[in-house]
Design a protein around this ligand. Sequence first.
Ligand code: F6R
Length: 613
Amino acid sequence: MCGIVGYYGKQDQVLDTLVSGLKRLEYRGYDSAGVAIINKDQEFTCIKEVGKIKNLENKINNQNIPEFKGIGIAHTRWATHGVPSVENAHPHSGQDQKIFLVHNGIIENYQEIKDKLTNEGVTFYSQTDTEVLAKLIEFNYTGDLKEAVLKSLEVVQGAYATVVLAKNEPDRLIAVKKGSPMVLGLNGDEYILGSDVSAIISKTREVIYLEDGEMIDINNGQYSVCNLDNQSLDKDIHNIDWDEDAASKEGYEHFLIKEILEQPKVIKDSVRGRLLPDTGDIKFGGLIDVMDKIKEVNRVIILGIGTSFYSAKLGELYFESIANIPAKAEMSPEFRYNDAVIDDKTWVIAISQSGETADTIAGIEEAKRKGALVTGIVNSVGSPIARITDAGVYNQIGPEISVASTKAFTSQATLLLMHAILLGRTRGLGYTQAEELISEIKKLPEYFEKVALLRGETKELASKYINYDNLVYVGRKYNYPIALEGALKIKEVSYVHAEGLSAGEFKHGFIALIDEKMPTIAILTKDSVYDKMVSNVEEIRARNGKIIAIASEGDERVESISEDVIYVPRSTKEEIQPLINNMALQLLAYNFAHGRGLDVDKPRNLAKSVTVE
Ligand code: F6R
């Protein structure tokens, strides 16, 4: 949430690096954006604009900027305090524009600080908490930026990743992290700071991950790291092995469709080397060190939010049926306040694509405090969740850029199924059952190839229903989480009201809303609850409800009870089928949003990394 870029290095690289970094981070927020650079005569030029980065870029290109130095900061915003406007956009400055900063996070006690500074004669121009931080640092500035930042942070409560410049020290850039992420890229005499590595990879693969309470001081071409007590720290330099092309659209119109259609490939990457069909086992290198603990657990909690929570809901079913262990999916924003019963025999698995979600981080911390083993399933390498968990498994699906999560869900659910097999094999799961599941997991790419062929059909279906404003998704058992995820996906990208329900829950209230104006997407593939689903669908039809069915290839019966049918390939394992069904629903959501002419990759009001509570 909010993207930050900082640059120190070559004059001819400043604006390019800042703007291209922002473009890479735009999925984090796109309400408004801004840059600040220092001119040769030691004044700041700050340019801000509302809306997407391209608006800012146009403004920069149309502006006559005085000659400037090789240092600057930039920001793309997802509003927390104050509406999206030029005034509220970052960078923000101190009272006399001696310092400028960009910030990601929330300053919780901003009002108290603002009141004190107002009494001291400081004037505020925005509604943001960030401006308070900028004004405070300048208020404390007496010629040494590091000193001013350290002094200011003594009174600041909340979360921040911030990069600060001072016009009187035009060869200096300070960055601090607490709660929100920050990475430093090293490229010889150039330094690039970013909220995540995507802002940096076009320049360098060498990075330093800042931990909470750490500060980077880049001064006259040298960098040093210290804590907030100003004690020096030695930091490891990591190498990122990301393919830069993976973060480009590769000829597709949108990231969303690219990420949906690349699932046959990425799921192979996600499971590569981890399936051992000969012995019916699963091998996760990242869990080897905690396997002894895993064998001792008597309860599993799977933590996540949004799409990651819905994959957790599937995981809950997998663990109970395959590993025969009590399991519960927990929504991280609730979990942190719920006094959950957890002890050292509990295995908490935190799910997060970004690895940055604030509520999930808080849930992990709570679980660790209570003595649980906490592992992660995370996509973003080196992200905060990957680093604070005891151990974990990476999705290995490449960057997910489109704000709506698609391939991450598929990989999360597949890896959870594999976690359940891993644990199950230590708790009586037989070789045959494990091997059958493993061989169906291996077939997922084939199934996804077939679903990819439904692109045209789902487009036609979307155009038929494009003017409907209410939809309901229903499923049962393994397809109940898919109904929830299907509804979330279409809501996010199409702004259509959609609800996901268990088909069994339907007649306990929701059915009152059914009429010919509210179509039902029924996940009706062949599985152990198929007959129950058919009865539930009949109940809806009896109230003039239109049914759009997701059905197994060859199931002609479904045609007689549905208005429209999308046929998907059938897996021999009902645990695998929901993943196939979900990909068809992803295509439907994409086509619905695209058909409505919406910005499918950056839906309004959303951000991909939610780093505030
Ligand atoms: C939905 C979506 C969000 C995220 C949620 C958690 O398409 O993207 O609901 O799933 O914000 O994000 P992560 O997985 O990064 O923790």
